[in-house]
Design a protein around this ligand. Structure first.
Ligand SMILES: *Cc1c(COP(=O)(O)O)cnc(C)c1O
Length: 397
């Protein structure tokens, strides 16, 4: 494992890039090219045969993208990394690579809406089935592992209920059965949580969120062993083709340089907003893993640096009132996505999770009164003032 930098705060800025190799250019050059010219026919032959390192065609590899892949590998403490055109391109490339017709995937309770959609499609078209599991104890996980289970797929914190899964527990149980554990680490970023260090096998991100951090790019990343990443690179990345553009890779390299600084502030702001929300009479419940009163606080301390920038809360009221709250805000944006400088608010039951059947949604804890906040980088007092005036109006209504 090539972990060159002791501290992640340095690695987010330097890993995977050496200015000396690029005429001293401080920032990574954007290699905006589709193909690469060979010195000779024989060199082309050697490159295709894998006998000589070097670039061939940007869907197979590109230097700007490669720098990003090396950086994410180092940030996650992995042997190798891969970049994708979206978070879903990463999810699909990994799940397709790990399964064949007749296989079974065991998932955490509550996964990203489009991942759910992909699993439904895989079940319908390719007979690759899936189940959901609370994963609270080893026995619970064991009970749902089948001979044909070839992948355990976990999100933690779970969107939008903010429940946590104990990654060490899942990894330990999976290892007994030789099943790889894939973790969608989008909500935490490698700064707050490094699933491979808990024994999981593949980590993936929607880099659209905290890694990009500025709401201006759609991208995905993954990291794991050289062998697994090579298999994916040569099959479901190259042949399905969900690759990242060099310019978008550059945006992510730029975003990553401030990951730790941004996340520290996201977390500080979120902790403050949680305290205020808990005191407001229009608020029924607040869900935040960094809250000492949270059911999952112990797991948070074990595997996360801090509680993160996402909060969900339930109001005393109905769907109509939840919608009114959103409409009464001033600068807080009504938008899905997360991890941006702007504070974003959304209503999961009618937005991100509207595709999930109501009964299942309720089982997952996604009520009509549940609201999700992605706390931005604005002054925490201003964020609270905006939320408070809208919550106060609910009280009066
Ligand atoms: C956004 C998101 C995805 C999908 O990523 P895209 O970049 O939008 O394709 C997957 N998982 C989680 C947890 C997400 O928040």
């Amino acid at each position: 494992m090539k972990e060159k930098f002791k501290n992640i705060e340095t690695a987010v800025i330097h890993a995977g890039y050496d200015a000396k190799e690029h005429l001293g250019s401080l920032t990574t050059p954007i290699f905006q090219t589709s193909t690469f010219s060979f010195d000779s026919a024989e060199q082309g032959e050697r490159r295709f045969a894998g006998e000589e390192d070097g670039y061939i065609y940007s869907r197979i590899g590109n230097p700007t993208v490669r720098a990003l892949e090396e950086r994410i590998a180092e940030l996650e403490g992995a042997e190798a990394g891969l970049a994708f055109g979206s978070g879903m391109a990463a999810v699909s490339a990994i799940l397709i690579a790990l399964t064949k017709s007749g296989d079974h995937i065991l998932c955490s309770q509550g996964i990203y809406g489009c991942t759910f959609g992909l699993l439904e499609l895989m079940a319908e078209k390719y007979q690759i089935t899936h189940d959901f599991c609370a994963m609270e104890t080893e026995a619970q996980i064991e009970a749902q592992i089948r001979p044909e289970t070839t992948c355990i797929y976990v999100e933690t914190p779970i969107n939008p209920t903010m429940k946590l899964i104990d990654l060490e527990l899942v990894a330990k149980t999976a290892k007994k059965h030789g099943i790889p554990v894939v973790v969608d680490n989008t909500f935490s970023s490698p700064y707050l949580q490094q699933p491979l260090k808990s024994g999981c096998d593949i980590v993936l991100h929607s880099a659209t969120k905290y890694i990009g951090g500025h709401g201006d790019v759609i991208a995905g990343l993954a990291a794991g062993t050289k062998e697994m990443m090579n298999t994916i690179a040569k099959t479901t990345l190259k042949d399905v083709g969900g690759v990242l553009s060099p310019f978008d890779a550059w945006l992510l390299l730029r975003g990553l340089k401030t990951l730790h600084v941004r996340l520290d502030r996201h977390c500080e702001n979120a902790a403050y907003i949680v305290e205020q929300l808990k005191k407001h009479p229009a608020v029924k419940n607040v869900f935040y893993p960094g809250d000492e009163a949270s059911h999952d606080y112990k797991i948070m301390q074990k595997q996360m640096r801090k509680g993160g920038g996402l909060i969900s809360f339930e109001i005393n009221g109905s769907k109509k009132q939840a919608q009114k709250l959103l409409n009464d805000l001033s600068f807080i944006n009504i938008a899905v996505s997360l991890g941006d400088a702007e504070t974003l608010i959304q209503h999961p039951a009618t937005m991100t999770h509207s595709g999930i059947p109501e009964e299942m949604r309720n089982q997952m804890g996604i009520s009509d009164e549940l609201i999700r906040l992605s706390i931005g980088l604005e002054a925490k007092e201003d964020i609270w003032e905006d939320l408070k005036q809208a919550l106060d109006q609910l009280r009066k209504a």
